[in-house]
Design a protein around this ligand. Structure first.
Ligand SMILES: Cc1cc2nc3c(=O)[nH]c(=O)nc-3n(C[C@H](O)[C@H](O)[C@H](O)COP(=O)(O)O)c2cc1C
Length: 340
């Protein structure tokens, strides 16, 4: 473990009117960062903030937290939990933010980065980067609606040549954002081409609020490189946190995983999903997470297929036991065909 990295990531950071104790945070991921997954991450700790999946700003004001698949939480996690919303109307986003503040969330985040067609078609997510004036108006509306920290998560732009992410970042700061999470890809890239970390440096230089870099940080050496190359204040981890829910504790608290950690993770994840969701939903959600765990191994593809074909919890556990009893070899980097 790098002592220097641990120290850097464990230096408190002021965001708006609050302070986080670790600069390593969970990035929001739809279908993955649900309440069950977050409970597993919370058992290990070591993070500064956790994130919900993206929630529709239109539905947030009327959601029942005990029924909603995404606007759902455990009370214990609220002091470090950010709720991410997507939408395209400033008034609607502000109303959702008010409910989020009233429920006691640590902060609210606006999704200006999702490039999935169903979201962009509605002029939400990364599509808002085509109309920066509207995106800025949304930030202003949310800012005036709440006093909890307001974060913007965004991409380089809709197209490479049209936007300077530094200009956009400055406009979000001027509109009242307290921090930025920046993923340096343009919308059509999804996650296929490598992220351009140099754009994180441009964003960092443009603003005085904290900037979290995001994109393909998979190991401690990557984290050190991103911090050194961009000067960013912290890092948001996406897929690697799904594969290794203990990664925050490992990098910031010195947690040492043993040889059984992956098998244990699979079994704990299944148990937690069953606790929070109906069996069918729990198994469906588990299979989404399993892809990222399998991606860590040399022959992860075959393992992934076997997990997907398993019909119930005991069949999944039997597949996991068979795989881990054979002491599988870890890959040097996650398998990017699975890590999508
Ligand atoms: C399955 C999946 C779902 C995602 N959903 C969201 C989302 O709802 N909101 C968002 O802002 N970003 C979303 N992202 C993007 C991640 O937050 C992150 O920016 C991206 O995965 C790059 O970080 P990484 O290389 O550390 O995974 C999603 C990513 C994945 C893989």
């Amino acid at each position: 473990m790098s002592i220097q990295l641990k120290h850097r990531l464990s230096t408190p950071l002021r965001i708006g009117n609050k302070t986080i104790s670790k600069r390593l945070i969970l990035a929001p991921m739809s279908g993955l960062t649900h309440v069950a997954f977050r409970e597993l991450v919370a058992r290990y700790g070591g993070y500064g903030l956790l994130y919900t999946e993206m929630c529709s700003a239109k539905t947030v004001p009327h959601e029942n937290r005990y029924v909603s698949p995404v606007f759902r939480w455990r009370d214990e996690e609220l002091p470090e939990l950010v709720c991410q919303i997507f939408g395209s109307e400033p008034g609607v986003m502000a109303t959702a933010a008010r409910r989020i503040e009233a429920e006691g969330f640590w902060g609210v985040d606006m999704n200006f980065g999702c490039s999935v067609a169903a979201i962009c078609k509605r002029n939400c997510g990364a599509a808002l980067l085509k109309t920066p004036d509207l995106a800025v108006e949304i930030v202003q509306a949310v800012r005036s609606a709440v006093s909890i920290p307001v974060i913007v998560k965004f991409r380089t732009g809709w197209e490479e040549r049209k936007n300077n992410p530094g200009d956009l970042a400055r406009r979000f700061e001027d509109a009242g954002a307290d921090a930025l999470i920046f993923h340096p890809r343009v919308a059509p890239d999804r996650r296929s081409r490598p992220p351009k970390w140099e754009n994180i440096a441009r964003v960092k230089q443009a603003v005085s609020i904290p900037v979290f870099g995001n994109g393909e940080v998979f190991c401690q050496a990557d984290a050190e490189k991103m911090l050194a190359a961009t000067g960013c204040d912290g890092i948001a981890l996406g897929r690697i946190a799904v594969a290794k829910p203990w990664v925050f504790a490992q990098w910031t608290d010195g947690f040492e995983p043993d040889g059984e950690i992956h098998r244990k993770t699979i079994k704990q994840m299944l148990a937690l999903l069953n606790q929070h969701y109906e069996t069918v939903t729990a198994i469906r959600k588990f299979k989404k997470i399993a892809v990222y765990i399998a991606a860590l191994f040399k022959y992860g593809h075959a393992f992934c297929k076997r997990l997907h074909n398993a019909r119930d919890v005991s069949a999944i556990e039997a597949e996991a036991d068979a795989f881990f009893d054979a002491s599988p070899e870890l890959a040097e980097r996650p398998n990017m065909n699975l890590f999508r």
